[in-house]
Design a protein. Structure first.
Length: 183
């Protein structure tokens, strides 16, 4: 990992900035120890991602579909959400080999098939919550890495930001945790 300039999320703009990521991003699935094959699977690996940087949030990262093993994804009917900056998000389930009828992770990956003009470069790119929020003993878990560093999920499990050692919220902190919804 190269030395990174520290970024304060309060210096990010609103509306958000889309910025090319100059380092590698990776999502690695760890099947449960009880699985017939518990070898980790790299689900996504790219050096061509986009970062969305918005005031008070750690970045969210969007992987080009060519750098994601889309054979492990199935569009989810579980939810759709609306972002005023990016448009309507469609969600994806992670379905592992041998589990085609039951997703390992539901609706923890999203994309914008018809983004707003502001987010046109994100069309069909895939974004992963840094924490899959799943039954790890039964179905496993994933880990996300930015420039080789394991990321920490943004608190609150709504925005999907990837917190790293070079992303700070300064004295105020970052949006997402208790008491921050009205920021």
């Amino acid at each position: 990992m190269a030395a990174r300039t520290v970024e304060n999320v309060w210096n990010y703009p609103r509306p958000p900035l889309l910025e090319r990521v100059p380092y590698n991003l990776k999502v690695v699935w760890h099947p449960p120890a009880s699985a017939a094959n518990s070898t980790p699977i790299t689900i996504a690996d790219t050096s061509h991602a986009w970062a969305v940087k918005e005031t008070s949030h750690p970045p969210t990262y969007y992987f080009p579909p060519t750098d994601v093993k889309t054979e492990y994804l199935r569009e989810s009917n579980a939810r759709k959400t609306m972002c005023e900056w990016k448009g309507v998000a469609h969600y994806w389930d992670l379905v592992l080999p041998g589990a085609a009828t039951s997703p390992a992770v539901k609706a923890r990956i999203w994309s914008y098939p018809s983004p707003t003009p502001l987010a046109r470069d994100l069309r069909d790119h895939l974004c992963f919550y840094p924490s899959p929020q799943t039954d790890t003993e039964r179905v496993g878990t994933w880990e996300c890495f930015a420039d080789g560093e394991k990321v920490e999920p943004q608190k609150g499990d709504f925005y999907g930001g990837w917190k790293t050692s070079w992303i700070t919220g300064g004295k105020k902190g970052m949006k997402g945790g208790p008491g921050t919804w009205d920021w």
